[in-house]
Design a binder for this molecule. Structure first.
Ligand code: ATP
Length: 233
């Protein structure tokens, strides 16, 4: 069976600096895969490369067997790849609803509608006419996730969605991920919190200094093995 996403010997360059070295990974339909790694390991660079937002790559990125290497970000989103970026990147002066609609306008046609997002996050329905800047951090993250979902992704990329949020809020966001997966969307999450990341993942890859140095199912490894791979040594 062809994987939904195949990343094959991917390298990412910022000028002369190389952030990723021959990274290969796959994600099947309906999988939650997590990428763990310390600061600067290359996690965000991997996600940005998949959506076409890094200056130079080598290697291959295929969605359902079709190369995305020469496609614009807009074409990748229309093909079913959506990113929840680190820092959320909402339009602060637009309302919740206007921010959400951007996902719908730029995405793939599909069955997920605004009401589905309000079903996942009822507080957003109550606040739909408020500006994004008036929301709490957790609510803003819900909008960022909702906007990505409205693009009807086949593959949802989540970059550190827990950053700066209270544990109870993070719990709420992470509870949504299996529900989203169960509707048929594969999910790739980047997270620094090892426990949280592995708890939700079917499989994981650990990056160290731009290279994959451990991968498998969370249950296959002890906590010590994962930490050794995360920190190196
Ligand atoms: P963090 O958890 O801190 O976000 P990360 O694992 O996501 O880290 P990246 O953000 O992918 O790591 O960064 C990988 C390496 O690439 C780092 O050394 C970083 O300084 C470098 N880097 C990232 N973006 C750029 C850029 N636009 N220009 C130059 N170097 C960059």
């Amino acid at each position: 069976m062809t994987a939904l996403l195949e990343v094959d010997a991917l390298s990412v360059f910022y000028g002369k600096f190389r952030a990723l070295f021959d990274v290969s990974l796959t994600i099947a339909e309906g999988e939650i895969v997590s990428i763990i790694g310390a600061n600067g390991a290359g996690k965000s660079s991997l996600l940005k490369a998949i959506v076409g937002q890094v200056p130079r790559v080598e290697g291959e990125i295929r969605l359902s067997g079709r190369s995305m290497a020469d496609q614009t970000t807009a074409a990748r989103v229309a093909a079913g790849v959506a990113l929840v970026p680190e820092g959320r990147r909402l339009f602060p002066s637009l309302t919740v609803e206007e921010n959400l609609d951007i996902g719908w306008q730029t995405g793939r046609r599909g069955e997920i509608r605004r009401d589905d997002v309000y079903g996942y996050f009822p507080v957003l329905r109550e606040r739909r006419n408020q500006r994004a800047s008036q929301l709490s951090g957790g609510q803003q993250q819900m909008v960022a996730l909702g906007r990505a979902l409205l693009a009807n992704p086949r593959l949802l990329l989540c970059d550190e969605i827990s950053l700066g949020l209270a544990p109870v809020v993070i719990d709420g966001l992470y509870r949504m991920l299996p529900q989203i997966r169960d509707r048929g969307t594969a999910i790739l999450i980047v997270e620094q919190d090892i426990s949280r990341s592995l708890a939700v993942a079917d499989r994981f890859y650990c990056l160290l200094e731009g290279k994959v140095n451990l991968s498998g199912r969370p249950g296959e490894f002890s906590r010590e093995e994962v930490e050794r791979s995360y920190f190196g040594g």
